[in-house]
Design a protein around this ligand. Structure first.
Ligand code: NAD
Length: 298
């Protein structure tokens, strides 16, 4: 059996970013519109700060404007809601991103539901969730969108394929399942209470792992020739790199799985880069729709 083809997320992401930058340049010259993304971060979670910096950097590289609101951990929920209302009402803001997780006791669903659905570039507002499941145009969450873009570019159609999504979060698992269903795959969602995960994996032509558990999916569980997308980001110790060193691995045992799968995303360099690129894409889409312009072909 030959080795799996690697799905190069960095390459896909670079292509999306190029398309976004071209679209932004066109909006500026033809419509005097600079797509603008407001990023709201509450608290001092280190990973969140790294993500926010990366998002801001990529937005600016694409020619967009960003406005960062870095709020202290103890920010009251009502202040956050007031800020969101202000951003909703501000016509110069096209996209609003609330970096998750929000610190307790802030009620995340309440905050996400306060964002104007037209500016909801993460696609987490209940109206956009409903649109996704009912097949209406809306904002699609970035990680599943990126996964679907790579799947479509890799496979010759998904109709009738058996797809397994491991994980049922609102951010990845559920919207991923909705997108696969939209492409006529036969979709199973596995989660923490699933009893026969190995069996479900063995049946899957397409496997999307979004759990957050290092190497949970064993290579021998993969159906030969399957297309495997590994969303997981897990930091594990890496004694081979030196004492106290760590590395990032996915939810799939990559080294074994790559000998069985037909296609597979690496971690890092797979799904991750596409997520931020798709956020940029969503921001351009939001800006265009707010001006009554059709969606771009990015
Ligand atoms: P989450 O914690 O919200 O959800 C995890 C899901 O895994 C839950 O639905 C749970 O039921 C399921 N689960 C837990 N243990 C399981 C088990 N033993 N068997 C089967 N299912 C099990 O996490 P999330 O926000 O969906 O993120 C999942 C992973 O993806 C994390 O590692 C996260 O860091 C990563 N992530 C990556 C990107 C990216 O851009 N690459 C984006 C978002 C999330």
């Amino acid at each position: 059996m030959s080795e799996a083809k690697i799905i190069d997320g960095r390459k896909f992401a670079a292509e999306v970013r190029r398309g976004v930058a071209a679209e932004v340049a066109a909006l500026k010259s033809a419509h005097a519109l600079t797509p603008t993304l407001a990023i709201v971060l509450v608290g001092d979670d280190e990973a969140s700060h790294i993500y926010v910096r990366a998002k801001g950097r990529q937005a600016e590289e694409a020619g967009m404007a960003t406005l960062e609101h870095l709020l202290p951990r103890e920010t009251p929920e009502r202040d956050l809601l007031t800020l969101i209302q202000r951003l909703n009402a501000d016509d110069t803001i096209n996209g609003i991103l609330i970096q998750l997780p929000l610190p307790a006791p802030i009620a995340t669903p309440k905050v996400l539901a306060a964002v104007d659905p037209a500016k909801d570039v993460d696609g987490f507002h209940p109206i956009n969730v409903g649109r996704l499941w009912s097949g209406a145009p809306g904002m699609v969450p970035c990680t599943p969108y990126g996964c679907m873009a790579m799947l479509k570019a890799t496979l010759n159609g998904l109709a009738g394929l058996r797809a397994l999504v491991i994980g049922r979060s609102n951010i990845v698992g559920k919207p991923m399942a909705a997108l696969l269903l939209r492409e006529n795959a036969t979709v199973t969602i596995a989660h923490s209470k699933t009893r026969d995960l190995a069996e479900r994996c063995r049946e899957a032509d397409v496997l999307v792992a979004a759990v957050g558990h290092a190497r949970l999916v064993k290579g021998v569980w993969i159906k030969p020739g399957a297309c495997v997308l590994d969303v997981g980001i897990n930091r594990v110790s890496a004694p081979d790199k030196g004492k106290g060193k760590t590395r990032i691995v996915g939810d799939v045992d990559f080294e074994v799985a790559r000998k069985v799968a037909g296609h597979i995303t690496p971690v890092p360099g797979g799904v991750g880069p596409m997520t931020i690129a798709c956020l940029m894409r969503n921001t351009v889409i939001a800006a265009r729709r707010q001006r009554g312009l059709p969606d771009p072909a990015i």
